[in-house]
Design a protein around this ligand. Structure first.
Ligand SMILES: Nc1ncnc2c1ncn2[C@@H]1O[C@H](COP(=O)(O)OP(=O)(O)O)[C@@H](O)[C@H]1O
Ligand SMILES: [Mg+2]
Length: 245
């Protein structure tokens, strides 16, 4: 599904979280929203999902004005920053949650859960509970759950932020392969420059609620601190570019 963000602004109390954001996301693309903490990444993602309503501007999904559609109407799968699996449900039950509330026929449901377990390479874990899995495995289950209802867009808010560096790197590779396999339009949020570079086909740089650059990882690498923006003067601890040499 293609997404068009048109002139979106959002204010919280007196704080301007997003200012006149315009963005086109092509069907099947893998887009990284990159920026320092507080730059508006999550707000933009939540507006795409229908979890937040913009003050002004429009969201178009596949050419249809979806600005006021609730999440359920948008065919979007969302993976939150802190994956929230249901602790009292098995892996299989967690994955089928969205199918259970949709009255899907039982055999079809079983088949779908099986396919998703294969997709995230956790077939053997169907009967385990979340606390019996590693963080990386839990996050793969959260992804399978988001995909269960066959969304047309996958939105991920810092999906790997809670994991250690090695697992994070593995999961990036894994997500890239998954995207290649199912080529669903995917937008992920990160404050990690390297993560955006390694994973995204296209990077959207956000700072202070504004988009300051859109481009392929190569184009973003060429982005020089000299020619723009207070992004590089931002000393926020969660974000630093290094462009030496
Ligand atoms: N529900 C909210 N109420 C008040 N302020 C908010 C709310 N959500 C976000 N903000 C503020 O908007 C700004 C952007 O937040 P956010 O989109 O979460 O940034 P990011 O995800 O890039 O760290 C931050 O300054 C944040 O404090
Ligand atoms: Mg955020």
């Amino acid at each position: 599904m293609s997404i068009l963000v048109e002139n979106i602004s959002k204010t919280f109390s007196n704080y301007q979280a997003l200012s006149q954001v315009n963005l086109e996301i092509k069907n099947g693309s893998l887009v990284g929203l990159l920026g320092p903490s507080g730059s508006g990444k999550s707000t933009l993602l939540r507006i795409l999902a229908g979890l937040e309503i913009p003050d002004s501007g429009r969201i178009w999904l596949e050419g249809q004005d979806a600005t006021n559609f609730p999440l359920q109407q948008r065919e979007i799968g969302f993976v939150f920053q802190n994956y929230a699996l249901f602790p009292h449900l098995t892996v299989a039950k967690n994955i089928s949650f969205g199918l259970d509330i949709r009255n899907i026929e039982i055999n079809l449901k079983k088949q779908r859960v099986q396919e998703l377990l294969q997709l995230v390479q956790l077939e053997k874990f169907a009967d385990r509970y979340p606390h019996q899995l590693s963080g990386g495995q839990r996050q793969r289950i959260a992804l399978a759950r988001a995909l269960a209802v066959e969304p047309k867009v996958l939105l991920l808010d810092e999906p790997f932020a809670a994991l250690d560096a090695k697992i994070r790197k593995q999961l990036r590779g894994w997500l890239r392969n998954l995207h290649q396999e199912i080529s669903i339009t995917t937008v992920f949020v990160t404050h990690d420059h390297q993560e955006a570079m390694e994973l995204a086909h296209e990077i959207v740089l956000l700072d202070n609620g504004r988009i300051i650059q859109v481009g392929s990882p190569n184009e973003i690498i060429d982005y020089s601190p000299d020619n723009s923006s207070n992004l590089f003067r931002n000393t926020s601890n969660s974000f630093s570019f290094s462009f030496q040499g």
